[in-house]
Design a binder for this molecule. Sequence first.
Ligand code: ZN
Length: 317
Amino acid sequence: MVKQVSDGIFSIYVPLQGNPLKNLNAYYIKGKDRDLLVDTGFRTEACRKAILEGIEEAGGSMARADIFLTHAHSDHSGLAPELICGGSVYISEEDGRLLMVERINPERHLKNGFSREDIKHAGESPAEKYRSLPYKDYVFVAGGDKLTCGDRVLEVVSTPGHTPGHLCLYSQTDKVMILGDHVLFDITPNITEWPTLKNPLKRYLESLDKILEYDIDLPLPAHRGGETTVGRRIGEIKTHHIERLAEAERIVAEGAGMTPYQVASKMTWKIRASWEEFPIGQKWFAVGEAVAHLEYLVEAGRAKLALEDGVRMYSHT
Ligand SMILES: [Zn+2]
C-alpha cells in the first residue's frame, strides 16, 4: 500500500504482524539518478514483500536506491543489509555500532530486579528474532549533514533519546520532517536505558525541543498516522513524561529502596492486565522505561540510587 504524501515522497505501509505498533511507515523519496528509502521493517517475509511491492508501486527499485535508517531498532533496520543493492546504508555512528555488535547480554537485566528465570526469555523478542543480518558497510551520518536526492536537499537532524543515535530527516523545499520514532502521534515513543546514553529521558526532551526550531508543514511519523501539528504533539509528550516523573517519584517515596522492577510494577500502564499477567516482552519495555525516569530523577536530585548486591535500589532523597 503506497500513498504519495508530497511531491516525490511516497509512504509505504509495512505491516508489523502481532506487534502493538501495527505498522511501519517507510518512506521512498524519488530523485533523478538515485532514490532514498527511509527505514525497512523487520527481517520477515511479510515486511520484505510489502516494502518491495511498495517501492515498485512508487516507480522505484532497489537498484537505484540508497537507504537511510532513522535508528537501529529491528522494525526499522531489519531488512537493510538484504535490500541494499550497490547503494549506501546511512545511519548514525551510535546506532550503527549497536547493529555491528553481538546482541547485548541479557544478564544486564538482573541489576534492574529481573529474576534469572525472566531473562531466559530475553532472546525471544521480535527485536532479537527479526534483527538485521551482520553488515559492515554502514555509512555514518551526523546532525547537520546534508543528503541530496534529485533537487531535494535533506538535512540530517540528530535527535538522541529513543535510541542513542536517533536521526530525523528534514526537507527544506517542502518543509517535510521525517520523524522516525522521535515523535509519534497516537502512541508515546518508548524511552529506555542505554549503556551508551546517559540520562536518555533528559536527552530525549532536549531533542523534542530541537524539532520545534524547524518550520514543518508535513510531519511524517514512522508508525501509524498523525493529525495534530507536531508542536502540539510535542507538548503532549512532554506533559506525559512530566506526569510519569511525578508518578515514579511518588512510588519511590512509598518504600525504603525499590528496584526498577518493583517501581515499574506500581506504575500505571495502558495494557489491561495485572503486573503478574504482563507478557515478559512488555515487562522489558516497562522496566526500561521506569529506569529512564528514575535516572532522570536521580540526576535532578529527586531520588537516590544505591547498589545492593549489584541490584539497583532507588529511594527518596
Ligand atoms: Zn524504535
